[in-house]
Design a protein around this ligand. Structure first.
Ligand code: S3P
Length: 749
């Protein structure tokens, strides 16, 4: 018999019959991975109990007797007992035996192994399972203890590959995930993630128990005390050993913590609520992130899939009145300018999508105190144009092109170096378009080959104003240069080849910064300052586009989209759908915080194919995936030209859409700068099929709308990134009339 991964070892000796060693051998045993198990423990009762409970077959009188003829020896004794145990068993160890341990500190065990077996003994594999419980001893044995838990192996350069393989397989056999790192790194990481928290828990309980009436504490210190100090009920001997064995790393992390604690103390003394909020909000964000990771891990195993798909059944029509989430472009900019303003900026309607949250996190990482988001409300404690601090690590902006491109402009003007990276899709997108003008301004910007992220920006280089002619119609590049212009000597101006979204210009003005707009040229002068304000983010017209298209193509539809931003540089989708015969009514036009807003009613209409006017392309740049779906349902052919920018979005949107339409039976063709889409008209429909969204949120949402005119189910792969721009999409879409079901995992690790 072997385990599921084909593991079998004839004889295992386990020295130390506690929770950790017993759970491993029991796990092997119940899965058929071991022939015979011999145990040793200095406590006779433990040995007898282990025997009675079938964890070991027999026990031995000494460590040496236990390891005779063993193929695998597991040493699971407290850290400081490891050396005497190794000395005791060494003479009896057979020449082929592989030996491993489970200690929480690896440096000290490595030294013990060297002392006992010599400098380059290859058959000892150092390991550490990250699992356990406050319960201990044979009685707590749990054969599932290691399922989906990490085990860290810290091989030395001279570790025998076969020995490493055996120990790795023995862990995999009991359901563990095995990772490898150096001894030093392990001890450093564990000092921070495990040893310091235990030290603090013990210390807090001791302090409180000594300085107050015991009864008071234990009667009233419920939630917080209980949660924080749970681990102080662990074995004191074990932790004494760990603290002693990992002395240097533990002291380093303790000193860091002490310093930060002093700062918190200072903030309380000074009534400095901003610093307090800074620590609390940053910590909450980090803890929430951690909870998400934990929640996902629990989800991964049973689903056995690595990404999220949509299964969309044919649906009839859309109806209802709703408000889609906040505008992504405006949300990004609200965080950026709010952070650089003097004073406190209140944002409402903020998009709680992954892209804008990436920007928010980046500013937190640069020391800005940001409260929220909570139901779209964010409070930003601005630090002024010169107030950002160097982040401790590279800024990670996920899928967000807007974050990396706009931030690169701002960061070029700072005194500190910074690196920005993103996910797989972002890592393929062109950044030369921002690096080039920034270099002209005197910035030092490094990219990977082909001008791809990560971007490395050197701080402390004086920028000078330039006049830049944008080589492409891009609001991101325009904004990048203008934001760098806040820090550049003199005047910075940008001329664009066609109008692009002007949220940066509008919002700069909203923060009291002088911006001159003259035809297609925008100019700013450095030396001003931003003054905090309130921002009401309207609903994102780009997110309404899917619904506008859905309602247009599905007969009997009637929807009203509320509080939609209808900035003239964003309304290409309305203009194009109207030109195709769409029935779109713009109602209750008003202005909110410098941006025009309206409610939009869309009813079904028979669309007709058109040649999309090129001047509308930049005004509808994010809406083409949805417009392609509309075009396929139109009477006659739709031709798109002048849209090569679509090839460098979150995916190559021309290719992704043409491929998907082909799968659904529409003979669309891509061209270098657009596409030709034959429409099937009033009597036609899409077939069913499997679509690849290539992780592009807008491709995924667009094809879900095709179900309103499909004769069979559509499956769309790789949809997790819908969360970048449209949290709650599935629920809203189903409320409006789609029949959309999620399948698989929300996001890969
Ligand atoms: C954006 C500008 C556009 C758009 C993107 C958001 C912005 O990109 O596609 O989703 O917020 O400035 P380009 O400037 O690259 O066209």
């Amino acid at each position: 018999m072997t385990t599921e991964n084909g593991f079998f070892v004839n004889r295992v000796a386990v020295i130390g019959l506690g929770l950790i060693g017993c759970s491993w051998v029991k796990g092997l045993r119940v899965r058929g991975g071991v022939g015979e198990v011999i145990g040793f423990d200095r406590n006779l009762d433990s040995m007898e109990l282990a025997c009675q409970s079938g964890i070991i077959d027999r026990y031995a009188a000494s460590p040496a007797a236990a390891v005779e003829n063993a193929d695998l020896v597991i040493v699971s004794v407290p850290i400081l007992s490891i050396r005497p145990v190794l000395e005791a068993l060494a003479p009896a160890l057979s020449v082929h035996a592989v030996i491993t341990d489970v200690g929480s500190v690896k440096g000290s065990v490595s030294a013990d192994v060297k002392a006992v077996f010599g400098e380059t003994f290859g058959r000892f594999v150092l390991g550490h399972p990250i699992a356990g419980s406050e319960r201990s001893g044979v009685a707590a044995t749990d054969e599932h203890l290691y399922c989906r838990h990490k085990v860290i192996i810290t091989p030395e350069t001279y570790t025998d590959p076969q020995a490493l393989q055996l120990v790795t397989q023995a862990w995999l056999a009991v359901g563990a995930e095995v990772e490898s790192m150096t001894v030093n790194h392990h001890d450093e990481v564990l000092a921070a993630t495990s040893h310091l928290p235990h030290l603090l828990a013990y210390s807090l309980v001791d302090t409180l128990a000594n300085s107050h009436e015991n009864k008071e504490i234990f009667n009233y210190a419920a939630g917080g005390f209980r949660d924080f100090t749970r681990i102080a009920a662990s074995s004191p001997e074990m932790w004494r050993d760990i603290f002693t064995a990992n002395r240097d790393h533990l002291l380093a992390t303790l000193d860091l913590f002490n310093k930060d604690l002093q700062q918190l103390r200072e903030a309380i003394v000074e009534n400095d609520t901003t610093t307090l909020m800074g620590v609390l909000t940053r910590a909450k964000a980090a803890r929430d992130h951690f909870s998400n990771i934990l929640a996902r891990r629990a989800f991964v195993e049973p689903m056995k899939t690595s990404s999220l798909s949509y299964l969309v059944q044919p649906a009839q029509s859309l109806s209802g009145t709703f408000r889609v989430p906040g505008d992504k472009s405006i949300s990004h900019r609200s965080i950026m300018l709010g952070s650089l303003a003097n004073g406190v900026t209140e944002v409402t309607g903020f998009l709680e999508g992954e892209d804008s949250l990436a920007t928010l996190q980046a500013f937190r990482d640069m020391g800005v105190v940001i409260e929220g988001p909570h139901r779209g409300r964010v409070t930003i404690h601005g630090v002024g144009l010169q107030g950002l601090k160097a982040p401790a690590n590279a800024l990670y902006v996920g899928n967000s092109g807007t974050s990396i491109r706009l931030l690169s402009g701002l960061l070029a003007g700072q005194q500190f170096d910074v690196e920005m990276s993103g996910d797989e899709s972002l890592s393929k997108r062109p950044m030369g378009r921002v690096a080039d003008p920034l270099r002209l301004m005197g910035a030092i910007v490094d990219t990977e080959d082909g001008g791809r992220p990560p971007l490395k920006i050197k701080g402390g280089h004086a920028l000078k104003g330039i006049h830049y002619h944008l080589p492409m119609a891009s609001a991101q590049v325009k904004s990048c240069v203008l934001l760098a212009g806040l820090y550049a000597e003199g005047q910075t101006s940008v001329t664009e080849p066609a109008p692009t979204r002007d949220h940066t210009e509008r919002m700069l003005k909203g923060f009291g910064y002088d911006v001159q707009v003259n035809g297609s040229t925008v100019t700013i002068q450095s030396g001003g300052e931003l003054t905090a304000t309130s921002i009401d983010v309207p609903a994102d017209i780009s997110s309404t586009a899917f619904y506008m298209v859905g309602a247009s193509i599905a007969s009997g539809s009637d929807i009203t989209l509320q509080h939609v931003g209808i900035n003239p540089t964003r309304i290409g989708v309305i203009n194009i759908l109207r030109a195709m015969g769409g029935n779109i009514e713009v109602m209750n036009e008003r202005e909110v915080g410098g941006e025009p807003v309206a409610d939009i009613r869309v009813r079904s209409a028979q669309l007709k194919g058109i040649h999309i006017p090129e001047d509308q392309v930049p005004l509808a740049i994010d809406e083409f995936p949805a417009i392609f779906i509309a075009a396929a349902c139109a009477e006659g052919e739709t031709v798109l030209t002048g849209a090569e920018e679509l090839r460098v979005k979150e995916s190559d949107r021309i290719q992704s859409m043409v491929d998907g339409l082909n799968v659904l039976g529409v003979a669309a063709k891509g061209t270098q700068d657009g596409a030709i889409i034959p429409g099937f008209g009033a009597n036609g429909c899409f077939g069913g099929g499997v679509i690849e969204s290539h992780g592009d949120h807008r491709i995924a949402m667009s094809f879900s709308m095709a179900s309103l005119r499909a004769e069979a189910a559509i499956i769309i792969h790789d949809c997790a990134n819908v969360a970048t721009s449209f949290p709650g999409y599935v629920e809203l879409a189903n409320n409006a009339g789609l029949q959309l079901e999620e399948q698989g995992e929300a996001r890969g690790d």
